[in-house]
Design a protein around this ligand. Sequence first.
Ligand SMILES: [Zn+2]
Length: 636
Amino acid sequence: MTTRIFTPGLIILFWICTAKSEMAQNTASDGGNVLHSVPFNQVNIDDAFWNPRLKAHAQTTLQVCISQMRDSTKRISNFEKAAGLKKGKHEGIYFDDSDVYKAMEGIAYSLVNNYNAEYEKLLDYWIDLVAKSQQPDGYLNTYYTLSYPDERWTDMEKHEMYCGGHMIEAAVAHYRATGKKTFLDVAVKFADYVDATFGPGKRHWVTGHEEIELALVKLYNVTQNRKYLNLAHWLLEERGHGHGKGAIWEHPKLGPEYCQDDVPVSEITDIKGHAVRAMYLFTGMADAASEKKIPEYVEALNRVWEDVAERNMYITGGIGSSRTNEGFTEDYDLPNKTAYCETCASIGMVFWNNRMNMLSGDAKYADILERSLYNGVLSGVSLEGDLFFYVNPLESDGSHHRQRWFGCACCPSNISRFIPSVGNYIYVKGENEILVNLYMGNETTVEIGRTEIKLTQKTDYPWDGKINLEVNPSEATTFSLKMRIPGWCRSFKISVNGEIGTTPEVKNGYAVIERKWASGDVVELTLDMPVELVAAHPRVTENTGKRAVRRGPVVYCMEATDNKNIGFDEAILDQSMVFLPEEAKGKLKGMTLLNAVSEQNKFTFVPYFSWANREPGKMKTWIDYERGNPLYINKP
Ligand SMILES: [Zn+2]
């Protein structure tokens, strides 16, 4: 990293809880989607920020997951039993199969950026176990197969389709990463079985935990077999008509709202229930809407997106404030210490906002994707990749620690598949345009018409706002390159081949450069990235009189370990403070820390995602703020 000098102390205040991008006016349109992501297997990441994350993932997170699946818990053992290699009943939780599939998906993705022959061999062995666990009719679930073979499909909460969905996603990832069809064949057989069992004129089904809907659209995308897309659409349409049966529906405190089965999906107005379920549902709806052109889905998604982004989201992009339902309560109820903010829910925010961005071409969705990614998601795993958060509070009294594993291990296994798939979210392409959504060092080749465009991105983002993008078409060709100007960015400079011409038009949050691109063209974008003090919406009473610190996409927090010489609980930011950046040493090396300095005080802030990696202790994100004499505040 280069040494950087910042203009310190530029402080801007604005209301947050929303992520309104001033430049982005459009909302998702009528489902006339022509945008597709450039998938991870076409993107090679080489980036100062992400390389260590990907390396920690490949070397440590996957090892942790593999050893938990195979050695410390009975997850692989269940498959060995179902495959007939040993005898016995199912052990563990009824949805444990899904963790194995998510780890398999993670291994498949990691083969692209960190190839490892051992991992590929292990994956082949696990695929073989899964294939042998599949019943002759295509059914696949070790819990029912081993313990309750006669009770398949009797309780819609029991995650049979959820596990199946994760299996399909893993199979699609494996196929894309290796070109091998061994796993995909299992997925197709299972999906054919589900399609033969459920659907119009067959059985009703409401998925108690959504997931298979988005997975079936992925399966449609690789097989081009439209029946999988139709099945996904049918499953979405099953919701909200009273077909739900089982533990959720009978539970006195949960009920259909918990799994978004209270109203038909087209009529959704507010965010309700379990956060992860909601995210997977909306992702599936957006996928179906994009492929089948369903305007009423797009309208419902626009409504509920506004409800999430403006009234129910933390500054970290985390969602779901309540432990009781792992989900939502009422608008603006965003407590800090007891925030639930499940890691999986932040991952779900990335999925959903990615789809909303592709539906609309609007950068405001990529802004939230970025916010959740750099804060809510990354906080879910330690820097070394070996310890995890399930719950991501914005404040801690020192008792919240990362853990090696959890009984319900959805979050570590979700991290294991999400981190190496980050390449999926950098570029989106249309017929005659390339949208650059994330800034990280990478190389990819995108086809526009019949022309191959090689893109090479170099940057020190998120610590620095300079981005260098080399555009190398195989022959000179005209198309629009759209560089996202993040909602947090108030000013930027852009040049092509060193020439700063007229600033390009910013449309839907993107600086649009349309020209005939020739080999060797270079775009340089500089996003100004001052430190900002952010105020919460006045109705978030928890944060009255407080401010959060943010620079670029990174939200900062205070940890006790860096602030031993002050009264941590009494720390007050005041208007005279200036923010001086400092390159971190030790465990946080490579990161930019911020020192808030006044004549009397010095507070040190670290990136929120990096907290709880050193000496355990208190942490807070929202800090008391002294605005001077309050009598002067509202003086006309
Ligand atoms: Zn989780």
